[in-house]
Design a protein around this ligand. Sequence first.
Ligand code: GLN
Length: 560
Amino acid sequence: MEPASMIDTIRKKHIKFIVVTGGVCSSIGKGVLVASIGVLLKKAGYSVAVVKWDPYLNVDPGTMSPLVHGEVFVTQDGAETDLDLGHYERLIGINVGRNSSVSSGQIYQEVLTAEREGKFLGKCIQLVPHVVNATKQRLLNFALDQEADFVLLEIGGTVGDIEGEVFLEAVRQLRIELGKPHLMHCHLSYVPLLSWTGEVKTKPTQHSVSELKKAGLVPDALFLRADCDLDGHVVDKVSMMCGIDKNFIFRVLTYDPLYRLFIELDQQQVCKRIQEYFGYTLQRTADLSDWKAFIAAIDKSTAPLRIGLIAKYVGSNDPYISVIDAIRSAGYAVGYKATVVVIEAEKLEQGGYDADTPTWKELKRLDGIVMPGGFDNRGIEGKIFAARWAREHNIPYFGLCLGLQVMLIEYARSVLQLKDANSTEFDDSIKYPVVNLTSQQQRVTHKGGTMRLGSFPCVIQKDTKAYQAYKQEMVWERHRHRYELNNDYRQAFEQAGVCFSGVYKDRDLIEIAELNDHTFMLGVQFHPEFQSSPLQIHPLFKAFMKAAIAGNRPSPIRGG
Ligand code: GLN
């Protein structure tokens, strides 16, 4: 379809766009704001689709370091995407796919491929119009494909970044083409408090709005991100200096838990104003009762529980954001306030197994251990030590992807007596490769997007812990890995007390393993954390939490 007729169809179908940009600095929570707007609209009965434009040149974040970019969120259709897509799925309660994650890299790749194919017929290829047009085209295709009442678009990065200019230009043009009543531009901006004077400062926000004006955009709504309440004078001043209607200036404060933001924004009439902006005559209100009930459950969950996360990356929690969220939410669901204790795997290696070190002392105080996914051998031996500790001391253990592989390597070494058993990912000359590459993966040469990615079916065996949790014979779970359990060792594991309770039948690959003789030592080859959300906790996280609670009593072994 030609762009002009696409625009026409979008108008006729009454599809509305809400674009969110961010100002002053990064990490102020654009993703959470987009998700919150999505929650309000969805709870008011509208259908919502979300897309994020990221200004970096990588095709996707799959090959970026989690310490640089945070967790890589995997969609059902197998795309490796930004962690904000996880916020959208978990909070709004929608399923996003690969088309919801667009990077500058993808757009340049598309334009350059078309150029090499001779599609531009001798023209000089330029940012404007060619790259801008390709960007707009993606959004229009997405909108027509989704047919949602509202398409929310988050623009990654901060206004003023060189990388983001093409995106702002695309929004500017779309606004003209679609017409104002079809596109609302919201800008989230930081308002700092100067501790030495006790004043809040609006100047950075004014500057970021003038950056937008330079790009030809005047936002329709401002969301002021602050750490302390902002009085009416601040709103008046921002309204005057930036030229934005006071009714469309909202406060986004720091809330604990952050779900309170939905309630706060609703009280500030965000949902009402959005409908007003788009000219809806019949106003709908958001029914936030389930979020209110969840917040009440959090307030009541005071009993402590210490869950260890054996991590490779320490410093920022972003690499494990879905896992941490799943642990905490599962805790609240069973009435406990779970503290996630991040334990650096490499530190467990210092001094050997059960060493007299602060890190080992920390490990011994845990009520449960979660072994998250990961790549490369840094900290692997420390992780294997933690799995051994959990097995020997009957501490609930939940292994996610690499966490399953670690659990089986440890079991092979200690119980099957296969000394030095390992994964070929960490040592490809080993005698006992209990985890290795399938023949399919051995042929792979490129790194990006070539793992086993996305949703695969898993058949659950009855009378197992996995079945007790799922209460279903077949489930779909999301994958992101190259290595698998080596089936040559399957029988040996089974004879030694491992139950393979979940299998991907088509390729006879192990999906879930659990120890018969343990309170809860279970590993999965997939990432259940991507399908756990506060209002719908993943059954395995819940089962793990219940096991952790059952063992949550002072014990001489755990050292108190
Ligand atoms: N590195 C392992 C693999 O590729 C595990 C990956 C993961 O934990 N996501 O199989």
